[in-house]
Design a protein around this ligand. Structure first.
Ligand SMILES: Nc1ncnc2c1ncn2[C@@H]1O[C@H](COP(=O)(O)OP(=O)(O)O)[C@@H](O)[C@H]1O
Ligand SMILES: O=P(O)(O)OC[C@H]1O[C@](O)(COP(=O)(O)O)[C@@H](O)[C@@H]1O
Ligand SMILES: [Mg+2]
Length: 623
């Protein structure tokens, strides 16, 4: 058995699967490997030559992919891809690559095929070229350098195939929804049910109740077009959702026990990771089960696809809150309207809502750290804007300023939700108290600040018309892919064409606002806000001052206090109207700040940051 040189893998797989890969050849394995490398310096790597393996530098005949299913070459490439731990990356003529999705025949090679009933469907039979060719692919990058034409990554085009791998009467499909809500989930559920029913004649469709844990702890819900007829007009999820509770073995046991062979999983990055684990387990057990992921996230942070469903609806709904904030702010002196929007790690909603509105003076997102004090800081900017126009609107994404708040409080936020996502400190409340206190104390200028937190309102509404159409296409892409035997894929649009993307590819990276991109530049030019470039120096200074301040406060409270721990000095969210004097706020699992009696110093540190003290905190001569 020859030991061959490792092929260099693209960055994505390097990260997922280790630095390289070795390939065995020998009598038992006639087929070999089609792996491309993409590192910008040239193209080399493993190549397929029928019956023999060739590597970098050696004689190579390029694999002519995409490969038509069922051909001799396809069989070779398929078994080659099996030897690559299920990763299917093929090189086409000219060096372009196809990141292909798994297929049932990868582990069940002799499955029979059937003619697609859509051929005889009166609604669809009139469509010219209705069926998508197995050789159709979609380019990830449509803008390329003239020297690179014909290269780059591609994905399989989504859509109905002429041959399918399930007899309609044999299909037992289930749908599950996981993670946070998002406008449009019900539309996707409805369209999967109606699509399977009317296009393919499937009659056994079940809902899994309450997210992943519903697989093994609840009864299924029967789904028919009649039952789901109206659900797209409502927000939320008809099937209920949850975080946590992903137990791969128990879920696949339940899939087997119920004879389910198509699993449609609607959810965000965490859900898709779970879907991939389910797919892997089904494959390991040799089951004829397809797992299809439908990406859902209001944060729009799922990579590769153009945009997630519900995002447009969310941006539109956010306008209502921004408008209200603007009206409130401009109707009083020194008025500030502060709106918090969702966006745990990605500030897309905040960025798009700001750009759409044009009433926003400052947009804070997780990707851009900010600081409060000193030249170029937030307070200086707020003061300047209030002087210029008498009022201002601030939009903040919930994930913004997390490090700053933690630094200011001297605490580390270790709280997590049931899925393992970090719980966020409430940046909206923190900004309110910090700004108010600061302006009062330092400038003797009371602020008229109105805080609006529409986060749950934004994600709980039904999807708008364009999101409804998008959800319909997504659902149809998923069912066509499943009927065609593809699995372990996420359906979604790439450059406006729906594709099947390997789930592994989708979850390998997450998407964030690119602040070096023209979109963020547009925002900066529309708000004229500072770019907070001096963040690191500023935070160091602020840290130093806060530490001093805490020490002073501790000494003071030791002297004063007779009852152990005092919340003085931890009073970022200290009781306002109606709160008892010795109360502070604690963050609950649903991310709301609630008052608690001040006897837990740790909780207070995590949830009640000390506002910075600008005049003492910064060396104004700092670079
Ligand atoms: N790495 C992972 N592997 C398997 N399952 C996961 C993983 N991360 C999250 N999950 C499961 O996916 C579901 C939803 O995840 P969550 O992060 O809450 O929402 P979202 O999918 O919207 O990002 C939960 O049931 C959680 O247990
Ligand atoms: O309070 P919940 O339900 O845990 O949701 C909060 C989180 O859910 C989201 O809306 C979406 O998150 P997921 O996509 O991970 O479900 C985030 O913006 C937000 O931080
Ligand atoms: Mg998520």
């Amino acid at each position: 058995m020859a030991c061959l040189r490792p092929a260099v893998l693209p960055e994505f797989y390097t990260r997922v699967g280790g630095g390289g890969v070795g390939v065995e050849s020998g009598a038992a394995r006639q087929a070999c490997v089609g792996v491309a490398r993409v590192d910008g310096r040239g193209r080399s790597g493993a190549r397929l030559e029928s019956g023999r393996v060739f590597f970098q530098g050696e004689a190579v005949r390029r694999v002519e992919t995409p490969v038509a299913r069922g051909t001799k070459r396809w069989k070779e490439v398929r078994s080659a891809s099996e030897s690559m731990e299920g990763k299917k990356i093929f090189t086409g003529a000219g060096g372009a690559t196809l990141e292909d999705v798994p297929h049932l025949t990868d582990w069940l090679p002799d499955l029979p095929t059937y003619s697609n009933p859509l051929k005889h469907n009166p609604a669809y039979s009139g469509v010219r070229q209705y069926f998508v060719e197995d050789t159709d692919v979609v380019a990830r990058d449509v803008v390329v350098n003239i020297d690179d034409m014909g290269h780059g990554v591609h994905f399989r085009r989504a859509g109905p195939r002429e041959k399918i791998y399930f007899k309609p009467e044999e299909v037992r499909a289930c749908i599950v929804t996981c993670g946070g809500l998002c406008p449009g989930i019900n539309t996707v559920i409805r369209e999967i049910v109606c699509g399977l029913w009317t296009q393919y004649g499937v009659r056994d469709i079940y809902g899994i109740d309450g997210g992943y844990r519903g697989f093994y702890s609840r009864n299924t819900i029967d789904l028919t077009p009649k039952i789901v007829n109206d659900i797209h007009k409502r927000g939320g999820t008809f099937l209920q959702t949850s975080r946590g509770g992903h137990d791969t073995a128990k879920i696949v046991d339940s899939i087997q026990d119920r004879d389910i062979n198509q699993v449609y999983i609607i959810g965000g990055d965490g859900t898709q990771k779970g879907a991939n684990a389910i797919y892997e387990e089904c494959k390991k057990r040799g089951l004829k089960v397809v797992v299809a992921g439908i990406p859902k996230t209001i944060d729009n942070d799922i990579d590769v696809i153009d945009k997630s469903f519900g995002f447009d609806t969310a941006v539109e709904e956010a306008q209502r809150a921004i408008n209200a904030a603007h009206v409130e702010a401009e109707s009083v002196q020194n008025g500030i309207g502060l709106v918090k929007l969702m966006g745990r790690y990605s500030g897309y909603i905040a960025m798009h809502a700001t750009l759409a509105s044009r009433d926003v003076d400052l947009c804070l997102i997780p990707e851009v750290p900010f600081y409060m004090d000193g030249p170029g800081g937030l307070i200086e900017f707020v003061r300047k804007r209030l002087r210029e126009s008498g009022h201002m609107v601030i939009v903040v994404a919930e994930g913004a300023g997390q490090e700053l708040m933690a630094e200011c409080s001297g605490g580390i936020n270790k709280l997590k939700d049931a899925s393992g996502n970090k719980l966020l400190l409430d940046v909206g409340l923190w900004l309110c108290s910090t700004l108010k206190e600061h302006f009062q104390k330092e400038f003797k200028e009371p602020l008229n600040l109105k805080y609006i937190d529409p986060t749950y309102m934004v994600r709980a509404i039904p999807s708008n018309a364009s999101d409804n159409v998008y959800c319909t296409l997504l659902a149809h892409s998923a069912i066509h892919g499943a009927m065609a035997g593809y699995c372990g894929f996420t359906a979604g649009p790439v450059n406006n064409r729906h594709c099947y993307i390997p789930i592994k590819r989708v979850v390998a990276t997450s998407r964030n606002v690119n602040v070096a991109d023209r979109m963020w530049a547009r925002l900066m030019s529309s708000t004229n806000q500072p770019n907070f470039a001096r963040y690191e120096r500023a935070i160091q200074l602020q840290q130093k001052v806060n530490a001093q301040k805490r020490q002073e406060e501790e000494e003071k409270s030791k002297a004063k206090s007779t009852n152990g721990v005092s919340t003085e000095g931890l009073n970022g969210h200290k009781g306002g109207a109606g709160n008892k004097p010795n109360e502070t706020f604690i963050q609950t699992s649903d991310r709301q700040a609630i008052p608690v009696s001040g006897d837990s110093k740790e909780a207070a540190l995590l949830t009640s940051p000390v506002p910075g003290d600008p005049t003492q905190s910064l060396d104004h001569t700092a670079p």
